[in-house]
Every structure is written in structure tokens, then in C-alpha cells.
Ligand binder design. Structure first.
Ligand code: ADP
Length: 524
């Protein structure tokens, strides 16, 4: 039969090995070890300290009321400040404990302290305390020593487990905060990691993606121009030991049926033996790049077309006038010069619009604020536009005492001028064009309406976009760059206002500008 303490030792060591294998969180492991050690040695209380940040810190205790735990700090202060077991010596604790026991109202205490050594490192200290007079025997010490060895392994594992978990959480957080989509697959193509950005890109929650195959997620709307992952792998990518990434660009099918342009960089990860462990895919959303490319090509085509036409006219008329073999009557000369002047004005206007658009992009549109009477401004502009059309009736419709707004007069003139010129351009058959002023409690509204062809419902949301021109015969016949309304909206927004377009086909269009009401205080 085993002696009693051997039976106890076996049972408690079993408990410890369970704590080792269960991979519990560190606090639970410490508590279990301590509980077992106190019971094993018939102790009254116990403490475990771990070395953290170069200091010994109390991490678990049993049998000590919480308010007295800090009384044990002096005990830890005398412990060697290193983790080398060769040089490690715990000072005699019993005398210190007598003082602490009195302070902590635990009565007179005696105790033992042992280092917990795992992998040639002191990972922790364990103290077992008893009532004074019940000294620790050599047996007790031997028991506690063998126990401390096992406990040290449990603590060591729990610390490692905690570090690994913390590292994994950190990695997860980094991946989730990463702006690009990240997909990690195993050699069989199964998804083992799927970050938040990729969830958004693919419209698929990460938990649903884990375990799926790469090809369930990376589905192309059209075949990419170069080889995709499967084609490249069939061709021998990735060569073990090489780091050359694979780049695939194309239109990705989203789970909700949409399409998003992406560029995917695949990188292969090998183990030491040169076996493929993972493929990491960085999925970059190319929407903005594509938009910028489209914008650039629209810009080039609009600008070249719009610049070329007036330049060609100016050159043509100037060449004709300068021919030495012909004489021109005064009227022809005057008409030709009028065309040259008009076209030069058009060029200036276009260049101004382009400069404004680029100022806007760099956030450089500055307003020169003063009190502006929109009704006066509207009447002036209407008089000016009346000289350009005989087909249209231009009407200013403002109530008496229409309030002034705080704004940049020149920029607001540009707004009204754009809207009026569009109303004339896009109602080529004539009709009434009305500028109506409406005064509201905290805003003023300007409505410019015409009786032209109107704007189709699918064009309405886009008419304020840069370079946007509605498709159609009329737009093709009418000169324009698609910049007017874009700039108009930017100016209105810079004033803290809003602009809206309403239209029903063949019933004309109405543009409503809302500007905040001016309370008479320039500073506000
Ligand atoms: P542009 O007149 O130079 O083409 P804008 O930015 O001023 O550019 O207008 C954008 C588009 O909105 C126009 O091409 C036209 O299709 C449409 N649009 C603007 N104003 C009107 C209007 N009053 N009636 C019908 N369509 C309009």
C-alpha cells in the first residue's frame, strides 16, 4: 500500500497534469495549482507570483482575504530579480511571515517558498503558509518540490498559450484593420482566414467564408486577361523557394450579384522543407483607380474635342482673313472677327472651368463673402441672356423684399449663369424660362425652370457628376463639357447650400438651389 502522502501526491499531480493538458487560461491554471498545493500540504493559505516586466507580481492567492493581499508585497520585494535557477535563492520566509501574518490578521504564520522551474527558467514562485507551530517537515518540502516541477510546466504552458492567443488576437486585429481584403488558403485551396475588408468587398460574412474553397469566393465576371490562380498553379506556380508573387486583375463577382474590379496579389508561404503551407491573397479594390482612369480618358477626349473646335475655327478664320490674294469687304471682316472673338471667349471659359475643377480637387476654391441680392443678380443676368435668344421668354419671379444671402457674388453669378445657359441650350424650341425666388424661415430657394426636353430619370442622379453629359441627340448637337453642373454644385455646397434637379421628360427641367438664410452677422 502506498503511504498516505504518496497517494495524495499522486492525486494532486494528476490534477496538475490535467491543468497542463487542458490549455486553460493562465488565471484558472494558477488558481488550480495553488488550491492543490495548499490542500496537498495541509496549508492554510498560498500565493503564486510570476515574473512580469522584470518584477515579481502576485498573480494568484488562496486563503487570504482580498484586503490583506497587499501586505505580502514586502515578501516579493526581497526575491532575486532574475529567472536563472542556478543562482536563485528564496530568502527565509518564516520570519517575514510572522510580521505579515500579524498585519493581515491571519495570526502567526510559518511557510515555505519554492521556485517553479521550467525549461531552465524560474517561471514563478509558490508560497504555502500554515499556522505558526505547524512547521513544514522534510516530507512536506519534498512533496512540494516535486509538485512545483509539474506546476512549473503547467504555468509555462499556460503562459505560452496566453502569448500565442494574444499574438493571434493581435494578428487578427491587424488583418481586420488592413484596408485591403486578405484571404489565406491552405494547399488544398480551403480558406483559413478571411478579413473584414474582404467581407465588405465580396458581400460575404467571414464566418460563412471560412472552410469554403478559394474558387467559391474568387469568381470572375469575365476571364482575367492573364492566368488566374488555378491556371498559374497548373503551370507550376509557386516554385518552392521562390518569392515571386502572382498578380491577377479582373472583375470579381460579389455574393449580392454586383461586380467589383480588383487586383489580387498571391504570395506563397513554404515551410523549411520547401512544402507549400499557405497562399496569402491581398485583394485590392480597384474601383477608384478605374474611375480615375475613366475620368482621365474622358478628360482627354472632352478637352481635346472642346479645345480643338474653337482653335480650328479661330485658325480657319484668321488664315482666311490673312490671305494676300483676296480682299474682304468690311462686313465679312467684321463677321469673321466676331467669330474669332466668340471662340476665344469660349476657350477662356473652358480653361476657367478646367482650372476651377482642378482648384476644387485640391480644395482651393475660396469664397469672397459679401451680402448678395439674388433678385438683383437674377434680373441682371436675365437682361444679358435676353440678348442671346429670341425664342425664349425669360422671367424673374421674386417676392418684394427678397432677403439677401451671404455669399461670393461672382460665384453665385456663375451658378445662375450656368443654370440659365443650360435652360436655353437644352430647350432649343424655346418656351418660358423662369427664375423664381422663394423665401423660407431658414433658407432661400432659387428655382430655374425651363420647358425643354427635360432629363431622363436615369440621368437625373448623374447630371452633377464631373464630365457627365446625358446621352441623346440633343446633347450631341449642343456644345458642352459636362463640367457646368459639377462646378455649380461645388459652389453651392461651398456656400453651405444644396442643389437638386427635378424633371419629367418633355415637361422641362427645374434646378432648385437652396442657400442658408443670412442672419445679418458677417462673422457667423
Ligand atoms: P454641359 O451643358 O456642358 O454638357 P452641364 O454640367 O452643364 O454640362 O450639364 C450636364 C448635363 O445635364 C448636360 O449635358 C445635359 O445632358 C443635362 N442638362 C443640364 N441642364 C439641363 C436642362 N436644363 N435640361 C435638360 N438637360 C439638362
Amino acid at each position: 500500500m502506498l503511504p498516505d502522502f504518496r497517494v495524495r501526491q499522486r492525486d494532486y499531480l494528476l490534477e496538475i497534469s490535467r491543468a497542463i493538458t487542458e490549455q486553460l487560461e493562465l488565471p484558472t491554471v494558477l488558481k488550480r495549482i495553488l488550491q492543490a498545493a495548499v490542500e496537498l500540504t495541509a496549508g492554510q493559505a498560498g500565493l503564486i507570483a510570476l515574473r512580469e516586466g522584470g518584477r515579481w507580481r502576485l498573480r494568484a492567492y488562496v486563503g487570504i482575504p482580498e484586503q490583506f493581499v497587499s501586505a505580502f508585497d514586502p515578501l516579493l520585494a526581497d526575491i532575486p530579480d532574475h529567472d536563472d535557477p542556478e543562482r536563485f535563492e528564496i530568502p527565509e520566509v518564516s520570519r517575514r511571515l510572522q510580521r505579515i501574518g500579524a498585519v493581515a490578521s491571519l495570526g502567526l504564520l510559518t511557510g515555505v517558498g519554492l521556485p517553479m522551474i521550467a525549461r531552465r527558467e524560474v517561471v514563478g514562485l509558490i508560497f504555502i503558509l500554515r499556522g505558526y507551530g505547524n512547521q513544514f517537515s522534510a516530507n512536506d518540502r519534498a512533496l512540494l518540490s516535486s509538485f512545483a516541477v509539474q506546476a512549473a510546466i503547467a504555468v509555462h504552458n499556460a503562459v505560452l498559450y496566453q502569448q500565442v492567443s494574444a499574438e493571434k488576437r493581435r494578428l487578427d486585429a491587424v488583418l481586420d484593420a488592413y484596408a485591403d481584403g486578405v484571404l489565406i488558403i491552405d494547399p488544398a485551396g480551403k480558406i483559413t482566414r478571411f478579413n473584414r475588408a474582404l467581407s465588405t468587398l465580396t458581400a460575404l460574412p467571414a464566418p460563412e467564408a471560412l472552410g469554403l474553397h478559394h474558387d467559391d469566393i474568387i469568381r470572375w465576371a469575365h476571364r482575367p486577361a492573364g492566368p488566374d490562380l488555378n491556371a498559374a498553379m497548373a503551370d507550376g506556380w509557386p516554385l518552392p523557394g521562390t518569392t515571386a508573387p502572382l498578380y491577377v486583375e479582373g472583375d470579381l463577382l460579389r455574393r449580392n450579384g454586383g461586380i467589383v474590379p480588383v487586383g489580387i496579389s498571391y504570395a506563397a508561404v513554404f515551410d523549411r522543407e520547401g512544402r507549400l503551407v499557405n497562399v496569402i491573397a491581398d485583394v485590392h479594390d480597384m474601383t477608384r483607380i478605374r474611375e480615375a482612369e475613366e475620368l482621365k480618358s474622358t478628360f482627354v477626349s472632352v478637352v481635346s474635342h472642346e479645345l480643338k473646335t474653337p482653335v480650328a475655327l479661330i485658325k480657319g478664320y484668321a488664315e482666311t482673313l490673312s490671305r494676300e490674294d483676296a480682299t474682304w469687304d468690311r462686313e465679312t471682316v467684321r463677321d469673321s472677327l466676331a467669330v474669332i472673338i466668340d471662340e476665344a471667349d469660349r476657350l477662356t471659359e473652358l480653361i476657367e472651368s478646367l482650372l476651377d475643377a482642378s482648384r476644387l480637387q485640391s480644395g482651393d476654391l475660396k469664397l469672397n463673402l459679401s451680402e448678395v441680392a439674388l433678385d438683383v443678380l437674377a434680373r441682371q443676368l436675365i437682361e444679358k441672356f435676353k440678348t442671346q435668344t429670341t425664342r425664349h421668354t425669360l422671367v424673374a419671379d421674386f417676392p418684394a423684399g427678397f432677403p439677401e444671402v451671404l455669399g461670393d457674388e461672382e460665384r453665385l453669378r456663375q451658378v445662375l449663369s450656368n443654370l440659365l445657359s443650360n435652360a436655353i441650350k437644352y430647350a432649343p424650341n424655346g418656351g418660358e424660362i423662369r427664375v423664381r425666388g422663394i423665401s423660407k424661415p431658414d433658407a432661400v430657394e432659387l428655382r430655374v425652370s425651363d420647358e425643354g426636353a427635360g432629363i431622363a430619370a436615369h440621368d437625373l442622379p448623374h447630371v452633377f457628376d464631373r464630365f457627365y453629359r446625358a446621352e441623346g441627340d440633343l446633347t450631341r448637337r449642343v456644345k458642352g463639357t459636362g463640367l457646368g453642373l459639377f462646378l455649380t454644385r461645388a459652389i453651392v455646397k461651398a456656400h453651405g447650400g444644396e442643389i437638386r434637379a427635378d424633371s419629367e421628360p418633355n415637361k422641362g427641367a427645374t434646378f432648385t438651389v437652396t442657400l442658408p438664410r443670412y442672419n445679418g452677422d458677417l462673422a457667423s
